[in-house]
Design a protein around this ligand. Structure first.
Ligand code: URA
Ligand code: SF4
Length: 232
């Protein structure tokens, strides 16, 4: 009798939503939704009240990053800008709209991927991140990467590319040299492919970069299809 109840219970569980979560665009890893969501929320809660660098004094809201905890594709930008600081969410200004359109071109919405930044708080006037700020803040990014364990990290712009390259033991020779290429590296104790492109904000000012980003995203799409990360 007991055996029968257990069998029926496991059959029932197999048909619940938790087991059916794979979508047609299968960005999910193993069935680890619960185990990744909690640590990511814990990191976000720490970031929200962080005082580890002077940017804490000038921010309105820290921006921890957001997306699908079980994604295989993680995008990393530079730092929150004006609108991100106000809303507490990554890439919600004009650069974010362009990023959304690039994502949709490759069959993703932002709910399919994770989007984070090197710095979690806005540098005043959108100035460049300073090395001391990067040093203070990137332990949060490292922890996010370790929780998510992405197969591909897409870096957007110079700062995130320089940071991820250094973590992966690669020489960073400038975004114009390294963009649009796939680098298989060992990073934070895991195997990951790094792909870099220009920052979406650069595209808003220079049509040349816009075209290059669009071309890079086409290469990214091909790779994601080849690896079975995007299926239609
Ligand atoms: N630029 C970034 O690098 N990150 C954001 O979140 C927004 C703009
Ligand atoms: Fe903390 Fe990073 Fe914000 Fe500095 S930028 S206060 S280290 S969360």
């Amino acid at each position: 009798m007991m055996f029968c109840v257990l069998t029926r219970l496991s059959l029932y569980l197999l048909h619940t939503d938790a087991y059916k979560k794979r979508t047609k665009r299968d960005t999910m890893g193993e069935n680890t939704t619960l185990s990744k969501k909690d640590p990511l929320e814990a990191i976000a809660a720490e970031v929200a009240i962080c005082q580890k660098c002077p940017l804490a004094k000038t921010r309105k809201n820290a921006v921890a990053g957001e997306g699908n905890p079980d994604t295989q594709v993680m995008f990393i930008g530079e730092a929150p800008g004006y609108w991100e600081d106000i809303k507490g969410r990554p890439f919600v200004g004009d650069a974010g709209k362009f990023l959304d359109s690039l994502l949709s071109e490759i069959g993703f919405s932002r709910e399919d991927v994770f989007i984070g930044n090197v710095l979690k708080c806005r540098p005043p006037g959108n100035r460049e991140p300073q090395p001391s700020e990067v040093q203070a803040c990137t332990p949060y990014l490292d922890r996010q990467i370790k929780v998510i364990q992405p197969r591909i990290i897409v870096t957007l712009g110079n700062h995130s590319t320089a940071y991820v390259f250094s973590k992966g033991g690669l020489a960073f020779t400038g975004i114009t040299k390294v963009h649009g290429k796939f680098y298989d590296v060992s990073l934070l104790g895991m195997k990951v492919t790094v792909f870099s492109t220009f920052h979406p904000a650069a595209a808003l000012y220079h049509p040349k970069y816009k075209q290059l980003i669009i071309e890079d995203f086409k290469l990214l799409k091909e790779r994601l299809e080849k690896e079975g990360i995007i299926t239609y």
